[in-house]
Design a protein around this ligand. Sequence first.
Ligand code: NOJ
Length: 534
Amino acid sequence: MTQQLTGAATASGTRTRWWRDAVIYQVYVRSFADSDGDGIGDLRGIEERLPYLAELGADAVWLTPFYASPQADGGYDVADYRVVDPLFGTLADAESLLGAAHALGLRVIVDVVPNHTSDRHVWFRDALAGGPARERYHFRPGTGADGGLPPNDWQSVFGGPAWTRVPDGSWYLHLFAPEQPDLNWENQEVRAEFDAILRFWLELGGGGVDGFRIDVAHGMVKAAGLPDIGTPEQVRMIGSQTLPFFDQDGVHEIHRGWRELLDSYAGERIGVAEAWAPSAERLALYVRPDELHQAFNFQFLRCPWDAPAMRTVVDESLAATASVGAPTTWVLSNHDVVRHVTRYGGGTTGLRRARAAALLMLALPGSAYLYQGEELGLPEVTDLPDELREDPSFFRSSGQEGLRDGCRVPIPWAEDGPSYGFGPGAGWLPQPDGWGECSVRAQTGNPGSTLELYREALALRRRLAGLGDGPMHWLDAPAGVLAFARPGFVCTVNTLSAAVELPAPGRPLLSTSAPDISGESVRIPGDSCTWWAI
Ligand code: NOJ
């Protein structure tokens, strides 16, 4: 296990800081494996496939929300935080999954969604009925002569106003869909309830969960008085500038409290921020020593396939996290973005670059997140019929935005079958013809396959104790090439489409396209990455 190789024990001898270099595999529950044939992935399906994840070489699994929910936003609209939605199974299934994962040496992180509840949550029902739970949300009178205009100019991330009017004439805030009313984190009952929810999952049977991925960790606190932004360009600015509802200093106090709570449990349970901060420096604030353990590095995910741009992101990310002593994280895809094969150009070029980017990511210091199916080299599905789409932002933006269904298509496990092994019947979204060629079964044992590349890379990463958490330094390289050294190791990435010649840095260990070594020099194919032993 990685933690045995590279973790640093503390005075008690028990803490291993496993998260600093962990490879964490994201399971989008609805689309991973369907055990009961209803077309929707479920907890039992995941449990059956845990050996696959252990054998792939993941250290931990992150499960997207599987709680009771009307599914207005793929489960990020939670109606009951302590209940498993019948679509996905039962609480007993969750306990069984946790026990099975732990027996295989896999940790399990689950999502917590604290910025908003579902509009079907008992609190919001009470709020609409004028009950005391109204104080736990943001209700305001409207503006304009008859209060018919929203209280301020904030726009929903999914498009349209961030406010919806209710029958008594007042408005409530929802930074996402109207079915996701924002909670008021100034309210002490909200804080107490989420502490209790965290404890519930930490103490569940099967050893409890090993941590939480905190949804919208940057949005729970809003600027006092909910001030106008004053510009219609607001939504475009998310992640590039501070807005009165994102990245407010007040969120840090909540995260510090959660860190204390996590630390009060044995077993190094972690908190991971899904925080869209305007800069690497602002993001680093979420991972100060007394705050969360990790934050997703979306700057890396957003970076184009371009050597200078990638180098800048790597440098900025490492510098920012080093300033607070935290590990950097790396991520290329998740359930909210176009899969990186497609982002990097699609087709064979996109796949070559995606494979190279994966080796680059896994050679960098820190922890890496994999999104289900990237180890199969899956592209985005771009031709889903509109009537099958479920992404709420698709509907709120007249189809111009929010095409997140294309990365959520059920993944293929077998060459054939009604859903290529995803389940006994068809999946909730149609898979492209020929999807079976990308399946786990088709790629297993094929030495040139993307799946075997990932398996080998993860196995090597474990074996080479200096990878993961530790130092790196850049080496001289021709334009378009990135080269860096880790202890006993060099990684070269050619981002150009043409081959490049350079002095051979050492003995090749693993590559996405074989380098051509002749004497002291090597020709590195275009769009490729090679790991070298030195
Ligand atoms: C981030 C989640 O990843 C996304 O899927 C969701 O729509 C929003 N947060 C709102 O909860």
